[in-house]
Design a protein. Structure first.
Length: 554
């Protein structure tokens, strides 16, 4: 498990879990192939040509986190700041010149024309979009312009293709027979991990509560959870619902984290909802439908940061729960195992990229604004960087790594860094950590901190320092003991003999909010404060400014 922000497990009172691709991990590529074929059948019913039945799903092409440009029909891999790393039209990878024809600055931001493929459910959809765009671009019957294809008197825009595919995907998932097909051959499509029930039991035995919060309907949730969690003990079958303190289906995330929907109770025997809005206390072994995070939090007594929610959807699960309710978040990234495998096997390529980047800096550091031309070697090094980056990308897949292209991180990677407190390839990795474990975030350095050689002398003054400071200027260096002056904090009347405090004191205790996920009022703070005070007195020199008497006299 990897940490972006520090998290102390013994402060978590509620562990929440999504179901799809979190507790229930779908087998790849079997599930994507099934979805892919079902969506194709749905499109043919809409009037799409029968030839699209020949499409065959290729798992090496689609990549989570891609952006689809509805205007031009391009799939885009974008970096942290919105710069385009890779652009694909159908199966054609666009050159730098072609990218600039569509996007003059090779830059784009999320707006109405952009759809971001956040989830693993999107993988078949991504590949199908590429197949369709490629088909309509190459078949002679269709004439393509920048935003659509024409055939006879008909026009089919790239936005319309997107809408048709998106609606077909929704129909297949919610109204089609996809889920029934999964349940009929559940062992072929769902990965069963024997560690999962152990994890859930250990959480509850430690005194924390668990809840299931999923967008799936009850009948489907019941089928998958029964397969994953139902066990026998002395001939007695254990109901999967006993692993959770609370169960909410049909949550409609991310709407759940905003205004939400009506909270209803479900009869687990029939699967039907009971009439009216539920307003009582949430009970174990009961199943609830809908609701909102606001209502749910009040009913279970959670306070935001005492909840750790685990999900796979960076937007629906992680971003919204973090921004709306400050829940602690764990993102499940099944692709992580493959990413780590390539990272270790091709570590020499990463090292080569770092060396090439450094060599460019070394070549250019001796030039300034008076220089008219740079060294010829720079362009050669840039070409080597491109070759090395491409070779590295192809080891991940046709569109490269989920997290980066060369030395540049993707938009998806930046979202993980910003909103996921911790992340892992599977939820069961939690089993290997004690409940007192402290996930400590790696220190983050800014460029001026990570690139400047600490052994190099600094030939400049700090901002605000005077160029010359003679001894008679009135400034003096003073240790902490010399500058402490105190006044009663709430004394509004100052006597003639009282001295006015003209500068702040050096603080005795820690003043910042340290990233240890702890309570600033911990019992041992005063004890530690004594050592801190001694350390400050011996190491820190504070120079208070002296009042300018000349300005005062004027």
């Amino acid at each position: 498990i990897f940490a972006n922000r520090s998290l102390q497990l013994d402060r978590i009172k509620f562990y929440g879990f999504d179901m799809d691709y979190t507790l229930a991990l779908y087998k790849s590529p079997a599930f994507e192939e099934l979805t892919f074929q079902e969506v194709i059948d749905s499109l043919i019913e809409l009037g799409y040509p029968e030839q699209i039945q020949d499409f065959v799903y290729d798992r090496k092409f689609p990549l989570r986190g891609l952006w689809y440009d509805k205007l031009y029909g391009n799939l885009l891999k974008v970096d942290t700041h919105g710069n385009i790393l890779t652009a694909v039209h159908g199966f054609k990878f666009l050159s730098g010149h072609e990218v600039r024809e569509f996007y003059p600055n090779k830059y784009i931001q999320v707006d109405d024309r952009i759809y971001v493929y956040y989830t693993l459910f999107n993988l078949p959809e991504i590949y199908l979009m590429a197949c369709l765009i490629d088909y309509f671009s190459k078949v002679a019957t269709y004439v393509e312009d920048r935003t659509s294809v024409e055939f006879g008197e008909n026009i089919l825009s790239f936005r319309a293709i997107f809408n048709d595919v998106r609606n077909s995907v929704e129909r297949v998932h919610y109204k089609g027979k996809l889920k029934e097909m999964v349940c009929a051959n559940i062992e072929n499509y769902i990965h069963k991990d024997e560690q999962l029930p152990i994890l859930l039991d250990r959480i509850r035995s430690h005194g924390a509560k668990t809840f299931l919060l999923t967008n799936s309907e009850y009948w489907y949730t019941d089928k998958l959870m029964t397969y994953l969690l139902t066990s026998e003990n002395n001939g007695q079958k254990r109901d999967w619902k006993s692993y959770f303190s609370y169960i909410v289906v049909d949550a409609q995330k991310p709407l759940f984290f905003a205004e939400g929907t009506t909270l209803r109770i479900i009869d687990p025997n029939t699967g039907s909802m009971k009439l009216g809005s539920y307003s009582g206390q949430l009970q174990q072994n009961e199943v609830y439908s809908g609701g909102s995070c606001e209502v749910f939090s009040k009913l279970i007594g959670s306070m935001g940061k005492d909840v750790l929610y685990v999900g796979d959807h960076i937007f629906g699960d992680i971003i919204k729960s973090k921004k709306q309710k400050a829940w602690r978040t764990m993102l499940v990234v099944p692709e992580l195992n493959h990413e780590l495998k390539v990272f270790h096997e091709k570590r020499d390529l990463f090292n080569t990229l770092e060396e090439l980047d450094t060599s460019i800096s070394e070549l250019l550091r001796s030039f300034d604004m008076a220089s008219n031309q740079g060294p010829d070697a720079v362009s050669k090094i840039k070409h080597k960087i491109q070759q090395c980056t491409h070779e590295l990308d192809m080891n991940f897949g046709l569109l490269g790594s989920l997290f980066r292209t060369g030395s540049r991180q993707t938009h998806f990677a930046s979202q993980i860094t910003r909103f996921a407190d911790i992340y892992a390839s599977t939820v069961v990795n939690l089993v290997y950590y004690p409940f007192f474990y402290f996930f400590r975030a790696v220190p983050q350095l800014m460029p001026h901190e990570s690139t400047v050689d600490p052994e190099e002398p600094m030939h400049f003054k700090s901002w605000g320092d005077e160029k010359s400071q003679p001894a008679s200027s009135g400034h003096h260096h003073s240790t902490f003991d010399q500058v402490v002056t105190t006044l009663p904090r709430f004394n509004h009347s100052i006597s003639a003999s009282a001295s006015i405090q003209t500068h702040p004191d050096l603080p005795l205790h820690v003043t910042h909010d340290h990233d240890d996920d702890g309570d600033p009022d911990d019992e041992n703070q005063d004890k530690d404060g004594q050592d801190l005070e001694f350390d400050l007195r011996s190491r820190i020199t504070y120079t208070p400014p002296k009042r300018n008497t000349e300005l005062t006299n004027k």
